[in-house]
Every structure is written in C-alpha cells, then in structure tokens.
Unconditional design. Structure first.
Length: 374
C-alpha cells in the first residue's frame, strides 16, 4: 500500500529544466466495458500495442524530461494503478475531480515548491499520436520559449475533417519574440466551442483554425499569476495549499482546500480571457483524443487496415461485414452480415454498438450503477 505524504508520493529528479504534468483523473465512462473505476481509459492499451495510453503520453516527452520529472495528477483511488504504469513518476492525488484549472494550479504550486519556476508541459493522459518525434520537438521548443517568455503556449492540431466534437483555436498574428525558432508561433485570436457541422466546415476551409487538444506549456509563476488575475479566489486557495504542502502533515488541510475549489477548465478560467496565450501549430503528426469507441475504431482502422475497412484482434472473423472494429482477447468473435459496428469483448461485459452511437456508452455505466444500487 503506497503511503501518501501531503497527498503525493515520489520525488522529483534534480536539475530538471521542465516538468511533465499528466492529467489523469478521468474515469473513461465512454469506454465501458474495458474501462472500469479501478482501471479507467488512460491505463488501457488502445493504440495497437502493449503499452498503456499514459505510458505512451510520457514517452512523448522522454527526450528532454525523465520519468522522475513527470508529475501525474490523478484521483486518490488511482495512485496505485498509476505507479504500476509509471513507477518513477511523482503522483499528486486529487481528493475530488475539479477539472483542469484547479488540477494544473495544484500541480503548479507543487512544482514551484519542489523544483522551481521551470516550464510545465501539461498533457492529457489518454491521447494517441502518430509521428511522435515531430510532436516531441514541438513540446521541447515550446518549453524553451516558456522558460524565457511570460506566455501560455498551447498546441493546435491541424484539422483533417470538419469535426463537431472538438473545440477549435483561431490563430492571430505571428508572435514576434519567437521568430528565432524554427516553427511558426501565433497569438491566439479566439477559442471556439464545439461547432455545428457547417461552421466546422468553414473553420477547416479557412486554414486559420486548429483543433484544441488541451495541451499547455507554461511556467508555474505565469499560470498562477493568470489565475490570480482571472480567478482570484482560486488563486488564494492554491496559495494556502502551497503553504500546507510545507507542513509536516498538511494532507487534511490540502484535501479540504482543494475540495472547495470551483470545477472549471483552464480554457474557460484563463485562456479565453488572457492576452498572453500562444498557439504552436502541430502539422507534422496525426493526433486523436480517442474520445469514444468510434474514434478508437477510426484510429486503428487507419493505422492497421484490414479487408473491407474492418479491424479485429487475432481470431476475429468478418463475413460479409464492413467498417467494423472488434476488440477482445482470448476467444473468437465473429461478425456476419453487418456494418458500422464496434464490438468489445471483455471480462466485465460485451458491448455491441453502432459507430454513430458510441457517445452514449456512458449511459450504460449509469444504468449499471442504478442496477447495483437497487
């Protein structure tokens, strides 16, 4: 049993030039039946290899940040599972989920206390990337800029379709102080919420918009200053948390303080209001947030194409079936005369779902929870 000291476990490496902050508190309810409360999506192997999504996320910054330079912010109940996947990481336990602004503020005060004002490379734990080397170079370049400039940098993914399930970032003018770097860097003109299809099509055609992948590179002092400006009550509580971290046993106080914070994303809390937010285009790699079984199916069918647009584990059988994806392990799964299905066979249950309805898998979790309560 891992013993938490002041809501964290692990020790940072010495001499870090940047810290990777991995946000891993999600429960992955859209990935039932594989995703379970004790082992949600970020700990699953969904990218066509044996590594979990959180391990692949850490690998993307390994060129300049060692594993003991990684801070994983996750729920208290997931600390043990996190350490099984990343035994050298520092794990910061959130007593309750409070979205990305409190999560990253919590991480910022931790790093400021124990490492110093070095750039944070803040990433979601459950995305997949093809062309990792190109994205890794962007991360490192962004960290170099953030080390010198009082800016918040986000990575914008080049859209390849008019997607209505993702947020968008509109680029503005080029950021002059960063012209010495190889890539183009722009001020953010605006953040756009998930658009209707026609508007998403216009975004794609304009060439001025990027998908918002929720990645941020920023120094702790800059992030906390922005929270102080736009979310002063949250900033005041985070300062109290920072002080409690220095106590011999401030765990109870930290839990109470963190639980009092408003649940809000960093986009809403800061990025949509601040004038020092930059976007670096990510155009030399492919990215997916793997947000549903449908996006998982699209990813594996693109990366590992099989006949008739199908994808399946060894032992899967497709007869007169098209555009289907099957995930299982030990036993054969056969699809006959169907199309556009996702089938997941696991020890926790079997899912058969039309690709256009995978967003609704979360309701299965809610239904099963009600059955268990009754």
């Amino acid at each position: 049993m891992t013993v938490l000291k002041n809501c964290s476990v692990g020790t940072f490496a010495k001499g870090l030039r940047a810290v990777g902050v991995i946000m891993a508190g999600g429960m992955g309810t859209r990935f039932w039946p594989l995703s379970q409360k004790e082992k949600p999506k970020q700990f699953l192997s969904l990218a066509g290899n044996s590594k979990s999504l959180i391990q692949l996320t850490v690998e993307r910054v390994q060129a300049f940040i060692p594993e003991d330079g990684i801070l994983v912010a996750t729920g208290e109940s997931l600390v043990e599972e996190t350490l099984r996947h990343l035994p050298k990481a520092v794990v910061l336990a959130e007593p309750v989920g409070r979205n990305t602004a409190p999560c990253l503020g919590y991480a910022a005060v931790k790093v400021l206390n124990e490492v110093g004002d070095v750039p944070l490379v803040c990433l979601a734990s459950d995305h997949v990337v093809d062309g990792v080397e190109n994205l890794s170079r962007i991360y490192e370049e962004a960290a170099q800029i953030a080390a010198k400039e009082d800016v918040i940098i986000t990575i914008g993914m080049k859209p390849v379709r008019p997607d209505t399930g993702l947020g968008y970032i509109q680029r503005g003018e080029q950021y002059a102080p960063a012209k010495s770097f190889a890539g183009h860097i722009y001020r953010v003109a605006s953040f756009k919420e998930k658009p209707a299809f026609e508007l998403a099509r216009q975004y794609l055609a304009s060439g001025e918009y990027y998908w918002n992948g929720g990645m941020f590179i920023v120094r702790p002092s800059v992030l906390l200053a922005a929270l102080g400006k736009f979310m002063p009550e949250m900033a005041a509580v985070l300062e109290q948390i920072r002080e409690a971290m220095c106590l011999a046993d401030g765990s109870k106080q930290i839990k109470e303080l963190f639980s009092s914070l408003q649940s809000i994303s960093l986009d809403f809390a800061v990025c949509e209001k601040a004038d020092n937010v930059l976007v670096m285009p990510g155009e030399n790699f492919s990215w997916s947030d793997i947000g549903t079984w449908a996006s998982w199916a699209e990813y594996v069918q693109t990366q590992f194409p099989q006949t008739e647009g199908n994808y399946g584990h060894q032992g899967s059988c497709f007869v007169q079936s098209e555009n289907c994806a099957v995930l299982g392990k030990d036993r054969p799964v056969a699809l006959v005369g169907v199309k556009d299905l996702v089938v997941v066979d696991s020890e926790h249950g079997i899912l058969v779902c039309h690709r256009e309805a995978t967003q609704d898998v979360k309701f299965v979790v809610e239904h099963l929870a009600k059955l268990q309560r009754n």
